[in-house]
Structures are given as structure tokens and as C-alpha cells.
Design a protein around this ligand. Structure first.
Ligand SMILES: [Zn+2]
Length: 99
């Protein structure tokens, strides 16, 4: 997912452990298990997902707003189930973010 300049500022950054716990909770909910989870600095994207099940998330998400964080987590984890941005992907993403 592409990083956006208008990402919104949040309060104090969360810890990596808290962030990982949030990712784990969403993974459970979506029914996926990332083979690897990396949190690191990324230049132009919020996150990415490889076909081998490796999810990488931008560490700047630790200080992003909860909405952005949630959207990126759901987006990348959902790619473990649906590896494209087709109709099914968009419907599932909408449903998870609405719940
Ligand atoms: Zn995507």
C-alpha cells in the first residue's frame, strides 16, 4: 500500500510489541498466518506482502493514526488470502474495516 502524505498525525507512537499484537489479532480474525512479519523503515510504502507469505510493514505506522494502521494491516494480511486487488479483495477489505 502506498504511503500518503496526508496520513494524519497521531499521538504518542505505540511500541513494536503493541503493534505486533494488533497485527496478530487481525491475522487471527482474517484467518491467516504470515510466515514472516517484518517491521522496518520503508521509503514509499506503508506495507507489502510477498507471495511467500512475508509481510513487511512500515515502522512509521507505530505513530500513524489508528485508522491508517488498521487499513494497512488489513490490506497486507488480506493479501495472504487474496493476492490481488480484485472484486473479492475489495469486498473483504471493506467488510473487515467496517466491522
Ligand atoms: Zn494491496
Amino acid at each position: 500500500m502506498r504511503a500518503n502524505a496526508a496520513s494524519g498525525q497521531a499521538s504518542a507512537p505505540m511500541t513494536k510489541a503493541e503493534f505486533k499484537a494488533e497485527v496478530a489479532a487481525w491475522a487471527k480474525r482474517i484467518g491467516v498466518q504470515p510466515r514472516e512479519l517484518h517491521i522496518r523503515q520503508m521509503r514509499r510504502k506503508w506495507g507489502s506482502c510477498s507471495t511467500e507469505g512475508r509481510v513487511t510493514l512500515n515502522q512509521e505506522l507505530l505513530s500513524a493514526s489508528a485508522d491508517i494502521r488498521r487499513e494497512v494491516i488489513v490490506e497486507e494480511l488480506l493479501h495472504l488470502r487474496v493476492p490481488n486487488h480484485g472484486k473479492l479483495f475489495r469486498a473483504l477489505k471493506r467488510a473487515y474495516l467496517a466491522s
